[in-house]
Design a protein around this ligand. Sequence first.
Ligand SMILES: *[C@@H]1O[C@H](CO)[C@@H](O)[C@H](O)[C@H]1NC(C)=O
Ligand SMILES: *[C@@H]1O[C@H](CO)[C@@H](O)[C@H](O)[C@H]1NC(C)=O
Ligand SMILES: *[C@@H]1O[C@H](CO)[C@@H](O)[C@H](O)[C@H]1NC(C)=O
Ligand SMILES: *[C@@H]1O[C@H](CO)[C@@H](O)[C@H](O)[C@H]1NC(C)=O
Length: 816
Amino acid sequence: MEVQSVQLFFFIAFILVQSYCIALDTISANHEIRDGNSLVSEGGMFELGFFSPGKSKNRYVGIWFKKISYGTVVWVANRNTPIADKSGMLKLNRLGNLVIVSGGNPMVWSSNSTVFVHGNNSVVVAQLLSNGNLVVWHTNKIIWQSFDYPGDTYIAGMKFGKDLVTGLLRFMSSWKSPDDPSVGEYSDKLDATGFPQTYGRKGDVITRRLGPWNGLGFSGFPDEKGNPIYSTDFSLNEKEIYYKFELQSSVVQRIVLTWDGKTQILQWIERIKDWIVYAETFVDTCDRFSLCGPNGICSINKHPPCTCMKGFEPKNLEEWQASDWVSGCTRKTPLNCGNGDGFWKVAGVKVPDTGRSWYNVSMTLDECEMACKKNCSCTGYASVDIRNGGSGCLLWFHDLLDTREYDSDQDIYIRIDATELEGLMDSQYNFNIRKSIIIALLLTSTALSLIFVVAYACRKINQWRHKGRGNRYLLDKKNRRVEIDHLDDLQFFSLFEVARATDNFSVSNKIGEGGFGPVYKGVLDDRREIAVKRLSESSQQGLDEFKNEVICIAKLQHRNLVKLLGYCIYKKELILIYEYMPNKSLDFFLFDETRSLMLDWSQRFNIIHGMARGILYLHQDSRLQIIHRDLKAGNILLDYDMNPKISDFGLARNFVGHDTTAKTKKVVGTYGYISPEYAVHGRFSIKSDVFSFGVLVLEIISGKKNREFTHGDHNDNLLGHAWRLFKEGRSTELMSGSLQASCVVSEVLRSIHVALLCVQHHAEDRPTMLSVVLMLVSEGVLPQPKQPAFFTGEIQIEVKSVSSADDYMITQPYAR
Ligand SMILES: *[C@@H]1O[C@H](CO)[C@@H](O)[C@H](O)[C@H]1NC(C)=O
Ligand SMILES: *[C@@H]1O[C@H](CO)[C@@H](O)[C@H](O)[C@H]1NC(C)=O
Ligand SMILES: *[C@@H]1O[C@H](CO)[C@@H](O)[C@H](O)[C@H]1NC(C)=O
Ligand SMILES: *[C@@H]1O[C@H](CO)[C@@H](O)[C@H](O)[C@H]1NC(C)=O
């Protein structure tokens, strides 16, 4: 029982709420809206009620936005007859009219509906539709609607134009002021006396003209085709002529003729909760109606903006020169109809005032020309619709007014006298002839110069072959020229290109700091990623490094060597451009607790192999035979797939023939990786690289840096420690803990064994890289390694390395 009554209660409540909701947007014959009450459209976008604009105390019945921009008024009923107090009431009277009454006034305002309903008004209702239109229904027919009587605002769905059956003109008129919605000075009205167009007036004076619809938009206004926000619909038939805009998206726009005479399209921006001016008509000099007078043409790109049309001259030269163009232009030679006069095409215009024009939308342009030719008073013609090459016909019979240059496909053809036309044709013809002669001359001389150039080039090309191209030399510290070989094998990049690629060498693009300068990441225009090494300006090291890199790797191609893509020399700026390695370098992973977990055994073994093959290529397979001299974890770069690529050839030396040992006074390299004979005696050979390789392999397996290695039990470095474990048959203990799961013990043991062979004290005991590669892949028995090069005493090494990077400062004792 109780449940039933509760259900009943909700049912009744539901009915009540529903009927209340229905009633929200309508006024029926027996109801009225008093000041303080309102109607709300379905969806809640619009509200109708009484309001006071701005600072005014007067009361008006109006419709405003409710959901967005609360209170922005779009329509006012009694705009010229305000109510002074709050006694106003809006209701439907016995005649089916919406009327506003107030205390003392039985008829403040009336909708004056054209269909009168006699006797039974219960069939009449007024409703505020969801689009903001207030309509009066008589059964299913609209007998009156607010959209037919616009004020200063157009919202989507409202028609602008003329009903040719009833004569109703739907137009915009400004408010007097923001506080006074009564009809102000300004109006925008369709003019349908000729081909339809729109005049903007201040009082009775035409101040501006929105050109006729040309199929794509208003002539003289940007095309509206494809506008994603709104679409404008133009309709022209026997019954009516109108424009209407519909919103394409959820964006809300309204068009307002402001009280001070601006026609603006405003758009609601929810984010800032305000309207912004999306577009404004009539903004430049040439928008002033007929600024240049009859037969003048206005161009916003010219100073002064007014000129006369072809075949015309200023009517009053003095005035014209004083920038008073109102009198306009007159024919140089009067028309002598039927005597060979013709038409001159003016391309890209807003068509002249069509107020007294004649039109036919189905004629072709040829028919149009014929029609104009036949009638001696025809002064010009044009297409009505510019789409698809043009269609329809517009004819003018008077002076051409308010024409302006405008970037569009709209052309007009103006009638001028035969003699004038001849003159114009001649000058164009002469111009064309002159042009042809000039072109012919140009062609001949170009051909001749080409022959010279080709001949000269053929002679030069051989020289260039040997010398490279562009800036083939650099200036050293003393401004001496230093020639550089092999530059012609490389792509030249301009400093501009490099700067653009690296965002002007921005700090955020810096990916490293090499011994001789910073390294940046960059992206070329073709979206290739690059690494840019900018060598310290004008330092001798920079210069040497640059030469070394270019000489060494310009011609080298190996999958385990980083590729040098190009270079840039500009004044003392020396820049090398490499392929970009996304995974940085080996040390980045190897010596980091977390990142090292990402390198499993198969990847490490692959890196060891790759390095070995790369070094072998340098030592033996390449044409140049190169000793790298600075192999270390930081110089082993990793590509996307963690393949190793040897980089940094700044210290490399190439050696000739069998003389694979050299001596240098200056020991450069990196502490922890250089061999004892090089560190102590400055002797280096391919076996110095083998030594460094061995150190690298031990580092890869142990995950520890040789130079930072410490152990609780002894003072040995990593090499000594590995040797110790090897001797005791405990080599697997050298392995980094993170490899336990992924390792293949035989491979680990073999790698350690090979590494120990590589780090043997005496260079001649160490294997060549070829042997190393073979030993790594073979299953055969390996020779026993001798004691590695490690020291327990302190030995001071004199090294003069000027670089600031501590990698290059070998002033510390080699052994701990
Ligand atoms: C309605 O008609 C009356 C009488 O002709 C006129 O005074 C009034 O201005 C009209 N109202 C409107 C809104 O046109
Ligand atoms: C008025 O019209 C309604 C609906 O058509 C009808 O029910 C009612 O009887 C009519 N009243 C009079 C007085 O004619
Ligand atoms: C418009 O031109 C077409 C084609 O020439 C013609 O058939 C039609 O009668 C013309 N209409 C008017 C109103 O002149
Ligand atoms: C030329 O056109 C005008 C305007 O349409 C018209 O009044 C006049 O009769 C026409 N003249 C001839 C010869 O067709």
